[in-house]
Design a protein around this ligand. Structure first.
Ligand code: RP5
Length: 159
């Protein structure tokens, strides 16, 4: 699994994807790859993704967020895009940049910010679950605990 982001400033958001992957035991690497500042690295990362064994790429970016779409254009490894919440436009710019891919080059787009990063990690794990039993079991445990946590505290006024 590859987790990439356009800037170190995206880490505060993207760490939530990485935390989920760690929790579920999904092997992964983490890199800053900027579509604008390091375009040659972006091409190299995408074109080497499959031979290096990456099965899914999670890509987070903010503002004019070209990273997920450009990665997807250079590899058939599935790309999940996380719109980072920008300061000026609250991530609407990031969301629209990532989600509005023209037909032919897909990016699976998640929600803006922490929820999107968290769900990208979960989604990526679920994509691997059919062929990796330990990941499947970790996903099922995650879901069961989430349900138990809600049922254990039905009254929101109580701690
Ligand atoms: C994008 O520009 C990055 O993904 C980041 O969200 C945004 C701002 O980057 P910095 O100026 O904080 O490095 O490429």
């Amino acid at each position: 699994m590859g987790v990439v982001m356009g800037s170190r400033s995206d880490w505060e958001t993207m760490r939530h994807a990485v935390e989920i992957l760690e929790q579920l035991g999904v092997p992964h690497e983490v890199r800053v790859v900027s579509a604008h500042r390091t375009p040659d690295l972006l091409f190299e990362y995408a074109s080497s993704a499959e031979p290096r064994g990456l099965r899914v790429i999670i890509a987070g970016a903010g503002g004019a967020a070209h990273l997920p779409g450009m990665l997807s254009s250079k590899t058939h490894v599935p790309v999940l895009g996380v719109p980072v919440q920008s300061k000026t436009l609250s991530g609407m710019d990031s969301l629209l940049s990532i989600v509005q891919m023209p037909a032919g080059i897909p990016v699976g787009t998640l929600a803006i910010g922490k929820a999107g990063a968290t769900n990208a990690g979960l989604f990526a794990a679920q994509m691997l679950a059919a062929e990796h039993r330990p990941i499947r079991e970790a996903v099922l445990r995650f879901r069961a605990k989430q349900t138990e946590d809600v049922l254990a505290k039905p009254d929101p006024r109580e701690e």
